[in-house]
Design a protein around this ligand. Structure first.
Ligand SMILES: [Cu+2]
Length: 180
């Protein structure tokens, strides 16, 4: 075997090694680029979710419904701890609580927030909102719901949690007064 042929073999080997290295580098670069794209997309989706850009279930429950003419807006918070225990702190108040006074013909929005850390709660305004929120499963912890109706009948109407729960058994009931 001559030196030259040995050299050729070495040359071919090293060039083949170079091609392998380049391919390996290219695939590695593609892999890194893919990872970067995945991280970027994940970040964008996380940010969009955190900023409530998807709508639907990511509603900010602490935002009051927008005010419109001839509309009475109330917020009712249900909680098992803190100042709102019961309905807006009904645990610490005499029945009826909370009391909502509206004028006949007004549109009414009751923004119901379940801030309970454990239990779902129902919400009912006798005559005006006899249906349940999500059937008998109620409003889950962290959820909110806008009850809307027009106060077209005079009188006092009971407001209550209509599903079984431990906090509203003894701290019932609110009242809606529709006045002339
Ligand atoms: Cu309840």
């Amino acid at each position: 075997m001559s030196r030259r042929s040995v050299g050729e073999i070495n040359y071919k080997d090293s060039s083949r090694l170079g091609i392998v290295n380049r391919q390996w580098l290219r695939s590695r670069r593609n892999l890194l680029a893919t990872i970067a794209v995945v991280i970027t997309l994940t970040g964008l989706f996380t940010a969009a979710y955190a900023l409530h850009l998807f709508g639907g279930q990511t509603t900010d429950c602490w935002r009051r419904p927008a005010s419109t003419p001839n509309t009475a807006i109330f917020t009712v918070v249900m909680a098992n701890e803190g100042v709102n225990v019961g309905f807006n702190g009904s645990k610490y108040e005499a029945v009826p609580w909370p009391v909502m006074n509206v004028t006949l013909g007004q549109n009414v929005i009751i923004h119901v927030v379940n801030n309970d850390s454990v239990e779902p709660h129902g919400f009912q305004v006798i005559h005006y909102f006899d249906q349940e929120i999500n059937g008998l499963s109620g409003l889950a912890p962290g959820q909110c719901y806008d009850v809307r109706f027009t106060a077209n009948v005079l009188g006092s109407f009971t407001v209550q949690c209509n599903i079984f729960c431990t906090i509203h058994q003894v701290m019932l009931k609110g009242q809606l007064n529709v006045e002339p």
